[in-house]
Design a protein around this ligand. Structure first.
Ligand SMILES: NC(=O)c1ccc[n+]([C@@H]2O[C@H](COP(=O)([O-])OP(=O)(O)OC[C@H]3O[C@@H](n4cnc5c(N)ncnc54)[C@H](OP(=O)(O)O)[C@@H]3O)[C@@H](O)[C@H]2O)c1
Length: 277
């Protein structure tokens, strides 16, 4: 799998990873499809989708438990991203949440730990102090954020005394290009990895029939790729961007892997940019 450097580090992360929202439930645990979810995660890892995005919120912690089961015996092979809820952003809250996530994941470190969403009621400085403590005690390797604007990202960066924010996870897809105005250029300049969530607009892009559909279909034919692959390939063509589609079916996982490792001609990316703006 093609990789990109994570933030300013020398660590290469896969340009396509795996999302886990709704694996194991939405906000509370749902144990009905555990086996299918574990098989799907293992299948994805086998295919090279070794970056897994989860959160303490997903399935009330059960998503992390499923990830923990899927990675058993191959911890070194995967790059685990998890997130702390905004209500847990006090110093002690972050430490307790990280401890719970480590237990759920059955590991002694999380590769990248993110603030899920900013909380204006808790000073980001306090949150980041806890994040730095977690790095110091090797419970997490890198610090990140999610759903942060340029201003909140700047503030978070300035709150850190020893480490850096390596990534911001935000919604980015052909139907929502709002980050292109200021966040994307800022991330590129500051070398902060943008982790594009909902890269298929939670699936809507795949059944979308508006302006641009035909263009993507023509490009899919030209490059002998699928519609979904063109959507993901366009995202990862943006320098700071990697994408974390969620897919349960093996067919979808295989298709998503096939979105990386090749490029379209520059004019074709520009055509997509224009037709969807
Ligand atoms: N930080 C945040 O606030 C935040 C918010 C939202 C999401 N996220 C993260 O981002 C991840 C991805 O976003 P998402 O789950 O909202 O939506 P998404 O990845 O845009 O779309 C998921 C949907 O696309 C389908 N799909 C995947 N690959 C496909 C393919 N090749 N062809 C056709 N359909 C395909 C999936 O079907 P199947 O499952 O049936 O295969 C699923 O229905 C989440 O799982 C989560 O980890 C983070």
């Amino acid at each position: 799998m093609e990789t990109k450097k994570l933030g300013k580090t020398n660590i290469g992360v896969p340009v396509i990873g795996m999302g886990t929202w709704k694996l194991g439930g939405s906000y509370t645990p749902d144990y009905n499809d555990d086996q299918e979810a574990i098989e799907s995660l293992k299948g994805g890892i086998e295919l090279g989708l070794t970056l897994i995005d989860t959160a303490e919120m997903y399935g009330g912690g059960h998503s992390e438990e499923l990830v923990g089961k899927a990675i058993k015996g191959m911890r070194e092979k995967v790059f685990i991203v998890s997130k702390v809820l905004p209500k847990h952003l006090s110093y002690d809250g972050v430490l307790r949440a990280a401890e719970r996530s480590l237990t759920h994941l059955g590991t002694n470190y999380i590769d990248l730990y993110k603030v899920h969403t900013p909380n204006p009621n808790i000073p980001v400085k306090e949150t980041m102090r806890a994040m730095e403590h977690l790095v110091d005690e090797s419970s997490i390797r890198f610090i990140g954020v999610s759903n942060f604007s340029v201003n909140s990202l700047r503030e978070a960066q300035e709150s850190l005394s020893k480490y850096q924010i390596v990534s911001n996870q935000v919604e980015y897809n052909l139907l929502n290009r709002s980050i292109e105005k200021d966040l994307l250029p800022f991330a590129e300049k500051e070398r902060i990895t943008i982790m594009a969530y909902s890269p298929f607009a939670t699936g809507h892009i795949l059944s979308y029939s508006g302006r641009g559909r035909e263009t993507l279909e023509q490009l899919a034919e030209k490059y002998n790729k699928t519609f979904a692959q063109i959507c993901l390939n366009w995202l990862i063509s943006k320098k700071p961007v990697i994408a974390i589609p969620k897919a349960i079916s093996l067919e979808h996982l295989e298709e998503n892997v096939g979105a990386a490792g090749w490029e379209m001609e520059r004019e074709d990316y520009e055509i997509i940019d224009k037709v969807f703006c």
